[in-house]
Ligand binder design. Structure first.
Ligand code: IMP
Length: 177
């Protein structure tokens, strides 16, 4: 199993809640009359999606897509594939993708490209967190919650080897020397 990683708090639940409310206000302004389809990227976005849509007081639909991008641990494999597809038709829909974190940007670029081919009326991105210092491809984040430093983060849906998703706050993992 190896030793337990050391976790340090980065954003507490109040800071996350404030960011989620701000994003919800921005999204409400732009989408209240558009009956959007929100597509969450599994698994990391499930908690963010649940909290976000509680603050969206207008008609919308929700779907999820499962992607594999990371290998085990913290290293990206660089290859992205769809392991669980959306159930809805998105042709001519106003689509908003809900991401947990944009790291290198490869996953985000892949998913936007994949969905764009299905001809939605519009396609935008909302990310709870981003590590723009690590981007390998340019990404436009239309709605951004919190910027994280170049560290591996867990909690609030984010995992390390499937652990720590249940933590209500976001932590960074201390680098091992
Ligand atoms: P990207 O393709 O490098 O942008 O990676 C995106 C995906 O990698 C995210 O949706 C996460 O699942 C995972 N990921 C990247 N950085 C972190 C992190 O710091 N903590 C947990 N998961 C991460």
């Amino acid at each position: 199993m190896g030793s337990q990683p050391k976790l340090h708090i980065l954003f507490n639940r109040q800071e996350i809640e404030a960011a989620v409310r701000r994003l919800a206000a921005e999204i409400s302004q732009d989408y209240h009359d558009k009956y959007p389809l929100l597509i969450g990227i599994l698994k990391g976005s499930f908690m963010f999606m649940a909290d976000l849509i509680r603050h969206l007081d207008f008609p919308l639909e929700v779907d999820f897509i499962g992607l594999s991008s990371y290998g085990k641990g913290r290293q990206t494999s660089g290859k992205v594939k769809v392991v669980q597809d959306i159930q809805s038709s998105i042709k001519d829909r106003e689509v908003l993708v809900i991401e947990d974190i944009v790291d290198t940007g490869l996953t985000t670029a892949f998913i936007l490209d994949y969905l764009r081919k299905k001809k939605p009326a519009s396609l935008k991105l909302c990310a709870l967190t981003d590590k723009s210092s690590r981007w390998q491809v340019p990404v436009t984040i239309d709605y951004l919650g919190l910027t994280v430093p170049n560290k591996f983060v867990v909690g609030y849906g984010l995992d390390l080897n499937q652990k720590f998703r249940n933590l209500p706050d976001i932590y960074f993992i201390e680098d091992e020397d």
